[in-house]
Design a protein around this ligand. Structure first.
Ligand SMILES: CC(C)(COP(=O)(O)OP(=O)(O)OC[C@H]1O[C@@H](n2cnc3c(N)ncnc32)[C@H](O)[C@@H]1OP(=O)(O)O)[C@@H](O)C(=O)NCCC(=O)NCCS
Length: 381
């Protein structure tokens, strides 16, 4: 025990231990604010246990000397059935690997588990598993960025799947202070930011796309003129999600679509001979952004000429070849016979007929989900 602890100043004694582990680095105002937001002040009782080596040292010491710990700091001892049982409870999470269990316990006691939003053995194990998964996925995707298994693994590792949290939600960012004590890139930078930028950030293709008769390109201001009549027509919009739109609303839709920059929503204007004849939509979604949802309209006076089919074929190709999608789906009101016929023409499979699940314009209606896998698309093209 240091002099300060003996002289009865536990805050100073804890700081001394903290500096021995982490070095003496300055905390900026931003560090202080961040730590106050995500951590709590250590209680006098907790400080006593820290000095006895039975609870983790602080994660941070604020520039005014206040020792700060994760919110779960004392709770885990309670869960374990008392601080005396904490060690045995903790290492039991690695029943087959005592060396890792003890190494994790030491790291836990050091207080340096600051990358985790919630410091607990179960979260430590999750982080280890997700990092291993991300690392294996990156290796696969470096060989083939469209590999479906690699995309699934990376999607789960980074973003999680349903109740399985990914690293993005498990990890906290690194502070300037952390950079001084740990150096190097953080786990978050290495296993969330870098793989997301390299493999999970859609890169748009070179516009426009051209087909035999059509040209597909992002929307631009001015496109609203061709769309206004169709969007004012109750019959034409009856089976769409949205209702009719007036001229100002259509202009606003065009303005928003022409500024979609996250790359996940592609709203494309479809032209024939320089005239706008409809639109095609592709939304990138799902684990590892490996699924797309496709949508379409053709303006009433251009219907019945195969334009929607031709544009959709180009969008399917874009999805599977350029974005490396594994599966593309279409969701529609089951009363939309023309849209269902279009799905069938595209070789999509009706996978789901949902009964009365879809609330649309004052009534519950059935809906269909059509789907096409990449290998099915390849086999038919
Ligand atoms: C759904 C919608 C896009 C389908 O439009 P569509 O005109 O039936 O589809 P296409 O443009 O592909 O045209 C296909 C028709 O053109 C015919 N055609 C003519 N020349 C063709 C060609 N060169 N290639 C293919 N088809 C051709 C086809 O035989 C088919 O006619 P049919 O339905 O009488 O058999 C359209 O009804 C629409 O915009 N509806 C309102 C909005 C909407 O509901 N959108 C869908 C929401 S899920």
């Amino acid at each position: 025990m240091g002099d300060d602890a003996l002289s009865g100043d536990p805050v100073a004694a804890v700081r001394e231990r903290f500096v021995a582990v982490n070095g003496d680095h300055p905390m900026t105002d931003a560090d202080d604010a961040y730590v106050r937001e995500h951590f709590v002040e250590a209680t006098p009782a907790a400080m006593e246990q820290m000095l006895a080596g039975r609870l983790p040292l602080p994660s941070y010491v604020l520039s005014d000397g206040t020792p700060m710990v994760p919110a779960a700091h004392g709770e885990l001892a309670e869960v374990a059935g008392g601080v005396d049982r904490l060690h045995d409870w903790f290492v039991a999470f690695w029943p087959d690997d005592p060396a890792t269990a003890e190494a994790e316990w030491d790291h836990y006691l050091s207080g340096q588990y600051v990358c985790l939003r919630e410091v607990s053995p179960i979260r430590i194990r999750m982080k280890t598993a997700r990092v291993a998964e991300a690392s294996a996925a990156v290796e696969i995707l470096r060989r083939d960025p469209h590999d479906p298994i690699g995309r699934g693994m990376l999607g789960q590792a980074v973003d999680g799947v349903l109740a399985v949290p990914g690293l993005d939600s498990l990890l906290l960012p690194m502070t300037a202070y952390d950079r001084l004590r740990f150096g190097g890139p953080s786990v978050r930078e290495t296993w969330v930011d870098a793989p997301r930028a390299e493999f999970l950030t859609p890169v748009p293709p070179v516009w426009p796309l051209r087909t035999e008769r059509l040209l597909l390109r992002p929307f631009r201001p001015g496109d609203e003129a061709a769309l206004t009549d169709a969007w004012a027509d109750e019959g034409w919009t009856s089976l769409l999600l949205s209702g009719t739109m007036n001229a100002a609303e259509v202009a606003e839709m065009v303005r928003r679509r022409s500024r979609q920059h996250d790359g996940l929503f592609l709203g494309l204007a479809v032209e024939h001979d320089g005239e706008l004849v409809g639109d095609s939509v592709l939304i990138l979604q799902g684990t590892g952004l490996s699924e797309g949802e496709i949508g379409w309209t053709v303006l009433p006076r251009h219907a019945g000429r195969g334009y929607a089919t031709e544009a959709a074929r180009a969008v399917l190709r874009l999805g599977f070849e350029h974005y490396g999608l594994r599966r593309i789906v279409a969701n529609l009101d089951a009363r939309n016979d023309r849209s269902a016929a279009l799905c069938e023409r595209l070789g999509m499979r009706r996978e789901v007929h949902r009964r009365g699940d879809f609330w649309s314009k004052g009534t519950w209606t059935d809906s269909y989900e059509y789907a096409l896998l990449r290998e099915e698309w390849r086999a038919q093209s």
